[in-house]
Design a protein. Structure first.
Length: 77
């Protein structure tokens, strides 16, 4: 997947989505932003999507490291 080739960018997007998913409900609770059906689902969706993107970014980073390590070991034999 082209999106996960740069895992730092994917992880940054995941952090932003998760922060949005936490900050928006907090702003709704303190009544700074009006709680609407759309904003509730948007913040929930952003939180879930951020968690999913973050897990995938960490997994792709580990796959990249494992592939690089196995290539290094192949040439040492």
């Amino acid at each position: 997947m082209m999106f996960f080739e740069n895992t730092k960018r994917a992880f940054a997007i995941a952090v932003f989505l998760m922060l949005f998913g936490v900050v928006m409900p907090f702003l709704m609770v303190i009544r700074l932003v009006e709680s609407t059906f759309f904003l509730n689902f948007l913040s929930f969706g952003a939180s879930v999507l951020g968690m999913l993107v973050g897990v995938m970014a960490v997994a792709m980073r580990n796959v990249g490291r494992r592939t690089k390590d196995s290539e290094d070991d192949y040439y040492k034999k």
